[in-house]
Ligand binder design. Structure first.
Ligand SMILES: NC(=O)c1ccc[n+]([C@@H]2O[C@H](COP(=O)([O-])OP(=O)(O)OC[C@H]3O[C@@H](n4cnc5c(N)ncnc54)[C@H](OP(=O)(O)O)[C@@H]3O)[C@@H](O)[C@H]2O)c1
Length: 330
């Protein structure tokens, strides 16, 4: 059987372009004894993949050049010679950036699509949601009645963090790029939202929108946002350092010069990688199920059609093309 897949052709130094990717077609054969054939239905593109395009190992290996890339994917079993799977089963895997694959079942997780749509296992009900949960629960230890600023609030992790923080009883101020995204943040429960592209002083705009300083900051952006956060945090404020997308294409960008606030305000900063916190998975699943049943949390995805458009979907993360989770429908 033939499967189309996306390869990385070069490690970009700054902003990647469509020229860094190419589509290939591979004969993946047919499943043998103990194997399954899976047709991917939805593929995930994520900012962390940019770090894997540097040719250097960070907390995860770089993508190999001129070979199929990997990443989150959900698909359906179309042929099974493995007793653990049957035709029609939905599975979650890391075999993304391709239409189909053959597996012996290792690393495939069956997903229950009764109450959660398959694609949401790549978004709010998957690692994206879990990331927001870990940042709020473990890194910040957010308490009811506290105020929190969530950056990239209209993105995948950010929109989950807004909704979860509200469900935990916190007051939320969000930032996002553009008025449509501001409206979206407000529609999912943010008490206030600021278009960071439309203000001169982000710290002042956030403090004004919130009615004063914040107790906590959920960091998705870095750079200008990090600088503003150190200004606007109250004493004993906490930061969940989740990501710094502003630097991913510009590693030489200036780092803030107001770090002394960390001392003066007794700030606590906790960086994290979601996969180091899987012990929180049962708590996440329990809270998410409850919040969804109560109507407090709603998924939102931006879906790009066609595997051939996957590089554009990925590049769109850096120009703000998505609201909610950016996905590709195969
Ligand atoms: N620590 C972990 O384990 C973990 C796991 C998952 C994700 N992350 C991190 O969490 C963050 C959000 O990831 P996500 O998957 O939810 O992506 P996302 O927020 O859905 O997409 C990225 C968003 O970032 C904003 N953005 C892009 N370039 C920007 C820039 N130069 N300046 C300001 N904003 C910019 C855009 O929103 P606007 O239009 O609002 O600018 C864009 O829509 C990323 O930093 C990612 O690396 C960390």
């Amino acid at each position: 059987m033939k499967s189309r897949e996306i390869h990385l052709t070069a490690y970009p130094k700054t902003e990647p372009t469509a020229a860094n990717f190419k589509m290939a077609e591979t004969d993946i054969g047919s499943p043998g004894e103990g194997e399954v054939l899976v047709a991917n239905k939805f593929l995930s593109v994520d900012p962390y993949m940019r770090g894997r395009m540097s040719g250097v190992r960070t907390y995860v290996d770089p993508f190999a050049l001129d070979a199929v890339m990997d990443g989150g994917a959900v698909g359906q079993v179309v042929e099974s010679h493995n007793p653990k799977f049957k035709e029609g089963d939905w599975v979650n895997s890391m075999h993304g950036w391709r239409e189909a694959y053959i597996s012996d079942g290792a690393g495939l997780n069956k997903i229950d699509t009764t109450h959660i749509a398959p694609e949401d296992y790549l978004g709010i009900a998957g690692l994206t949601g879990m990331t927001a949960y870990v940042g709020l629960k473990r890194c910040i230890d957010l308490q009811a009645g506290e105020s929190i600023w969530v950056s990239a609030g209209a993105g995948a992790v950010g929109s989950a963090a807004i909704q979860f923080a509200k469900a935990m009883g916190a007051k939320v101020v969000a930032t996002a790029g553009g008025q449509d995204k501001v409206e979206y943040c407000l529609s999912i429960g943010a008490d206030a939202a600021v278009d960071y592209k439309a203000v001169d002083r982000l710290d002042k705009a956030v403090a004004e929108a919130n009615g004063g300083g914040v107790n906590a900051y959920f960091e998705n952006v870095g750079g200008t946002h990090w600088t503003a956060a150190l200004e606007v945090l109250k004493p004993k404020g906490r930061i969940a350092a989740c990501g710094m997308i502003q630097r991913y294409n510009d590693p030489g960008a200036k780092i803030t010069d107001n770090l002394t606030y960390i001392v003066g305000k007794s700030l606590r900063i906790q960086g994290f990688i979601v996969s180091d916190h899987f012990d929180l998975l049962p708590a996440f699943i329990g809270d998410l199920g409850k919040w969804m049943a109560e109507g407090k949390v709603k998924p939102r995805n931006t879906i790009v059609e066609g595997i051939e458009n996957m590089p554009d979907a990925f590049l769109g993360l850096f120009s703000g093309a998505n609201t909610g989770k950016m996905l590709v429908k195969v």
